[in-house]
Write a protein that binds this ligand. Structure first.
Ligand code: FES
Length: 120
């Protein structure tokens, strides 16, 4: 017989759709002005800590699909390491060629020092 350490896990769940909120990191793993790549059910995501606020974007440049997590933050934007496209960290909007298509963003919640994103 398996015993659950967390008693909340043994309680019956409320009826409804499954939650798409997933824990992806601890907040202290993403210091200010850094990036961190994480794997999710919808593909790779890059977490960005911009001035203490954490954002989540699809980790795939809309130009040629290279990972944005290989890039760096420049003036509050995420710059792709491969051909120099830039993206608004908050909205995913492409702000510099050669990319013209935005990248997907995900809502982020930080709770109890843990980072969660919504995948729906
Ligand atoms: S793959 Fe990002 S700019 Fe080309």
């Amino acid at each position: 017989m398996r015993l659950w350490r967390n008693s909340a896990m043994s309680r019956p769940r409320a009826a409804g759709p499954p939650s798409s909120r997933v824990r992806v990191a601890s907040a202290d793993e993403i210091p200010p002005d850094t990036l961190r790549a994480v794997a999710t059910d919808v593909g790779p995501v890059v977490l960005v800590n911009l001035d203490g606020d954490i954002y989540a974007l699809e980790d795939r440049c809309s130009h040629q699909d290279y990972p944005l997590s290989a890039g760096e933050l420049e003036d509050g934007e995420l710059e792709c390491a491969f051909h120099g496209a830039r993206f608004d960290v908050c909205t995913g909007r492409a702000t510099q060629l050669p990319a013209v298509v935005p990248v997907r963003t995900f809502p982020v919640e930080v709770q109890g020092g843990e980072v969660f994103i919504r995948l729906d």
